[in-house]
Design a protein around this ligand. Structure first.
Ligand SMILES: Nc1ncnc2c1ncn2[C@@H]1O[C@H](COP(=O)(O)OP(=O)(O)OP(=O)(O)O)[C@@H](O)[C@H]1O
Ligand SMILES: [Mg+2]
Length: 630
């Protein structure tokens, strides 16, 4: 009798317990924005699957992740997700075309250069006959000289030197003539000052000012046309010049590229830059070659043998023509002939440095882990004497530790700028029923005729939003996603870059490597997949250092769409889906902050302590801080 009663009690308890667990699982799904009916159906199937024996395992802790994954799988996939891999393959093709044209034009270039040199020889002016400082292209190596009566600044074989009593500043990069003529460095006609044009206006520097500068400062002005350094850029360049290992943490758009590109131009050898995406490499090479005239090239597994051979041959020359060699990480891991080429460069003292850009990809704990990046520890093992610089805009403390130990640079000098972008204003707006109309109104009321990006989750969303803004709101908008033909994408990007079009409605395929300074707003029509992604995407606003706004339009159910997209991503295993879901959950927490400072949450996510009053009393308080002070 006693036994029967005990069994009955156990059964009741089991049933109650089970109901509690089922309710917990259901509320987990609903909390994350999944549709309740669908979640119930999915839960029934799960209970059936676990059977009587497995009932006690039906808990949030045991099978919460499997339940969510199964739920995502049952969702009708009516959205057209973007294929970022397609953009990558294509970027490789574009780069090859450009570089091949360059190779084909080499003979023509040489002829032009010879003709230029002979004409310069015929017109050359003896230095001692010059009455005032002047600037011209030297006849031998297409070098540049700034001449003064008193001093010589010479930049030969990658270093500036000043020799009193003589008169030139000399640059010996092969392509330097192009760079400098494009920067319009001019003699302003006076005996003691030089005028050059940076991105904004004319800048005049007196000879005295030039005289006190070191070679890093001179290169920043002469080669890159920058008036000043941004925080920590100078220190990073100096550390590189001292051949130190270095870890640079700077916000998005903080100017990380300069930290290795500048030292690369001053070193006689080649700087090898590891970059995760060909689309990023493409942008860097365009900018180096065309804006600054610095020779840069790339190697990738998608190139043909002859393309690879051409690059390798150049690297094996006594004086390779390229200063920066961009590679994707798989090139480093397990490619014997590339490794031999690097050794050959090193023996000649021409392997200047390894640079690991977007270094957060090294860490499994980062938001964008790339397995090939793990193999980069090999570099320090094989080339212990070659300095390394790692750079990222997103790294929490655990990710940082992981990066330093994986790359085997535990003693690296860590240069850490604040990740805060004080002029970016962060806001979250709850989506209302007619969210397109709401979006149109936000843009019309606050960003009329300004340049911006509206990030969308799927291709179909991009097109719908763009159509709406164009047709209903009469705005100059277009869409951009990886599924478009290359020609269409280039044309869309150009129209936006030149200001012909104000708004791009795009998937995350847009923005990789895009560096438009005057983006005044970034609106997320759907939340990002992680805080890191959000920081990076929203960080494309205000790269000119002027105020800009980052708005996220939020509704609960967008979380399930994000997970759906993640699930559809190639090679997504359930373990990585779980990590991805946790990251998306954190993003959702950001969206749901009611009173807490958004800037503070973003910065604390990256391990930075931030006093909220910095946001509240700063120039662009977030929406929550704004309400608090009003
Ligand atoms: N010292 C400087 N003065 C003026 N402009 C600069 C300076 N340094 C960099 N810039 C400009 O700032 C912009 C952003 O630089 P860069 O692309 O290197 O940023 P980043 O830190 O690599 O950003 P991301 O994290 O997005 O990759 C570029 O247009 C660059 O020319
Ligand atoms: Mg960068």
């Amino acid at each position: 009798m006693y036994q029967i009663r005990a069994e009955a009690r156990e059964l009741t308890w089991d049933r109650e317990n089970m109901e509690v667990e089922l309710a917990r699982l259901l509320s987990l799904a609903v909390d994350l924005g999944f549709e309740e009916g669908l979640a119930k159906q999915c839960l029934d199937r799960l209970v059936e699957l676990y059977g009587d024996d497995g009932k006690k395992f039906v808990t949030v802790e045991n099978c919460g992740d499997d339940f969510l994954a199964a739920l995502v799988d049952t969702m009708q996939g009516n959205e057209d997700w973007d294929d970022l891999h397609a953009v990558e393959s294509e970027a490789c093709g574009v780069l090859n075309n450009i570089l091949e044209k360059d190779f084909a034009n080499d003979d023509q270039k040489a002829e032009t250069m010879n003709a230029f040199r002979s004409s310069k020889k015929a017109n050359s002016v003896p230095l001692e006959n010059l009455e005032s400082p002047s600037l011209f292209i030297n006849d031998e190596d297409s070098d540049l000289e700034i001449l003064s009566e008193k001093d010589v600044f010479s930049w030969s074989s990658g270093s500036f030197a000043r020799k009193s009593g003589q008169t030139h500043l000399q640059c010996s990069l092969k392509e330097q003539s192009k760079s400098l003529s494009q920067q319009s460095i001019e003699n302003n006609g006076s005996a003691s000052a030089y005028t050059y044009r940076d991105q904004h206006s004319s800048v005049t520097l007196t000879l005295e000012e030039l005289q006190v500068m070191d070679q890093v400062e001179l290169a920043n002005i002469v080669i890159f046309g920058n008036r000043t350094f941004r925080p920590l850029q100078y220190q990073a360049c100096k550390a590189a010049m001292d051949n130190r290992d270095c870890f640079v943490l700077m916000p998005t758009g903080g100017g990380k590229s300069l930290c290795y590109q500048l030292p690369a131009t001053l070193h006689p050898g080649v700087t090898v830059v590891v970059c995760p995406l060909l689309s990023l490499i493409q942008d860097q090479i365009f900018s180096l070659n065309s804006k600054y005239g610095i020779p840069a090239t790339f190697l990738n597994s998608q190139q043909t043998n002859s393309q690879v051979l051409a690059v390798m041959q150049d690297l094996r020359k006594d004086r390779p023509s390229c200063k920066l060699l961009y590679v994707t990480p798989e090139r480093i891991a397990g490619n014997a002939s590339f490794s031999d080429t690097l050794k050959c460069l090193q023996q000649k003292g021409l392997l200047a440095r390894f640079v690991i850009d977007e270094a957060h990809c090294v860490s499994q704990w980062g938001h964008d882990f790339r397995p090939d990046y793990r193999g980069l520890g090999l570099l320090k093992q094989t080339f212990p004497g070659v300095p390394m610089m790692a750079l990222t805009a997103t790294a929490t403390h655990s990710v940082r530790k992981d990066i330093l130990s994986t790359l085997r640079i535990p003693g690296a000098l860590v240069l850490e700028a604040s990740f805060d972008r004080p002029k970016l204003k962060y806001e979250v707006v709850d989506k209302c029923k007619d969210s397109l109309k709401q979006l149109g109104q936000v843009i019309k009321n606050r960003f009329s005729n300004m340049c911006g990006i509206v990030y969308c989750l799927s291709k179909s969303e991009c097109m719908d939003v763009s159509d709406f803004l164009n047709q209903k709101c009469k705005m100059k908008a277009l869409y951009y996603h990886a599924g478009m033909a290359a020609r269409q994408r280039v044309s869309a990007q150009q129209k936006w870059q030149t200001g012909e079009i104000h708004i791009v409605c795009a998937t995350i395929a847009f923005g990789m490597g895009i560096d438009k300074p005057d983006v005044r707003f970034v609106i997320h029509n759907t939340m990002s997949k992680s805080i890191e992604s959000y920081y990076q995407e929203s960080g494309r606003a205000g790269r000119d250092g002027l105020p800009a706004t980052c708005i996220l339009l939020y509704q609960k159910k967008d979380f399930s769409r994000v997970v759906c997209m993640l699930r559809s991503g190639q090679g997504f295993k359930s373990k990585s889906l779980k990590t991805a879901m946790l990251q998306a959950k954190k993003m959702q927490e950001y969206c749901e902050l009611k009173t807490q400072c958004r800037r503070q949450m973003l910065l604390e996510h990256f391990g930075e302590t931030f006093d909220r009053s910095g946001c509240k009393f700063g120039c662009s308080p977030c929406d929550n801080c704004m309400h608090l002070s009003s």
